[in-house]
Design a protein around this ligand. Structure first.
Ligand SMILES: [Zn+2]
Ligand SMILES: [Zn+2]
Length: 357
């Protein structure tokens, strides 16, 4: 490798994902060059690599949108004092012109670009980002890169809790005991929830959640309603967060949530969603609030969830490093992702960690 080359894990076509040598990009204008410290494997990366490919037909595409790193160079119009700063990268590139962007609801942008699905992202030793706006700097050098790289999923989890109106005393039920489910549980507790119960159909995932400080169950149907009441002092959930995308979980949410309660839809649908007529009727009878959520909030009002998350990581008040189950260097990251896809490896959070290169 020469001085101006790097390694990047790139998607050449659907199913053809490998690490290659590339020229290190040079920042121009407002751009920043980030030396990637860590980049997480997102559930959405698997279908991207193996089923639907690049979102805009760009090939090769450097995949990876959950990343953090250090600013190592800046364009002519960017602030040179940023060099040396460590932080998380907000991967969405909104148009800044549509009605959603003009009200700072960037996740709803009608015409966006995205690092890692449409433009080159974080499974690389270096990544160019459009401007300082995308960089959320950490003020604590002790926070590991792999923690900062979890800012994106941590914000998605936080957004679900916020939109579910979880507050002090709430009883919160969360479907899906993966990293986002567990992080949502932690945000719920930070928000003052009295009780949090996670549900997963896979016993090993429920067990992992228990080992990481959460109450978790694999109960289903009436058994689950019983388990919920047991966990919540005889009551149903004030807030249910559906993080799996399965109709069966939505059905359970409906039965397990109290009258006037909130059901937050966080998991991308796994197929056509079917619920029973009785459950449908319960939505009406209980006047449930069913609320969809999308990504996370980067605008200033009420708060920028990204800045808040990094501040909480800096302060040591939000833990997620214990959820990292697998780490790989840049050469091995496509191999690890392949094993996760083939279910040869069961991971909670897997990531590329530059320290291993
Ligand atoms: Zn993601
Ligand atoms: Zn827009």
């Amino acid at each position: 490798m020469s001085e101006n080359t790097m390694k990047a894990a790139r998607l050449f076509q659907i199913g053809d994902f490998r690490t290659v040598e590339e020229t290190i990009p040079v920042p121009h204008g407002k751009e920043l060059l980030i030396k990637v410290g860590a980049c997480g494997v997102c559930g959405s990366d698997l279908p991207r690599i193996y089923h639907h490919g690049s979102s805009n037909g760009k090939y090769p595409l450097t995949v990876g949108h959950e990343f953090a790193g250090t600013v190592v160079a800046v364009g002519e119009e960017a602030d040179p004092s940023l060099i040396g700063q460590r932080g998380a990268v907000f991967p969405l590139i909104p148009c800044r012109k549509c009605p959603s962007c003009l009200t700072e609801h960037y996740a709803m942008c009608a015409d966006y670009d995205y690092l890692g699905s449409r433009s080159d992202g974080g499974f690389a030793q270096y990544c160019l980002i459009p401007s300082q706006w995308h960089f959320v700097s950490s003020k604590n050098k002790e926070v590991p890169m792999e923690v900062l790289a979890m800012t994106e999923p941590a914000c998605v989890a936080q957004h679900a809790v916020r939109k579910g109106d979880v507050f002090a005393g709430s009883n919160v039920l969360i479907f899906g005991a993966g990293p986002i489910g567990i992080m949502a549980g932690r945000w719920a507790k930070i928000s003052g929830a009295s009780n949090v119960l996670l549900v997963d159909v896979v016993e090993s995932k429920a067990e992992f959640a228990r080992e990481h400080g959460m109450d978790a169950t694999t109960a289903n149907g009436e058994e689950l309603v019983k388990a919920v009441k047991e966990a919540f002092g005889g009551k149903l959930a004030d807030v249910s967060i559906e993080g799996t995308g399965f109709g069966s979980a939505l059905e359970n949410c409906i039965w397990c949530t109290k009258a006037f309660g909130n059901v937050v839809l966080l998991g991308n649908p796994a197929g056509n969603t079917t619920i029973t007529l009785k459950a449908h009727s319960q939505v009406l009878r209980k006047e449930l609030n069913i609320k969809g959520i999308w990504n996370s909030h980067f605008g200033g009002t009420p708060i920028n969830e990204w800045e808040f998350t990094v501040a909480m990581m800096d302060a040591g008040k939000f833990e997620c490093q214990d959820l990292i189950s697998h780490r790989a260097d840049i050469e091995e990251i496509p191999v690890l992702i392949d094993k996760i896809f083939k279910r040869e490896v069961v991971s909670c959070k897997a990531l590329y960690l530059a320290e291993l290169d």
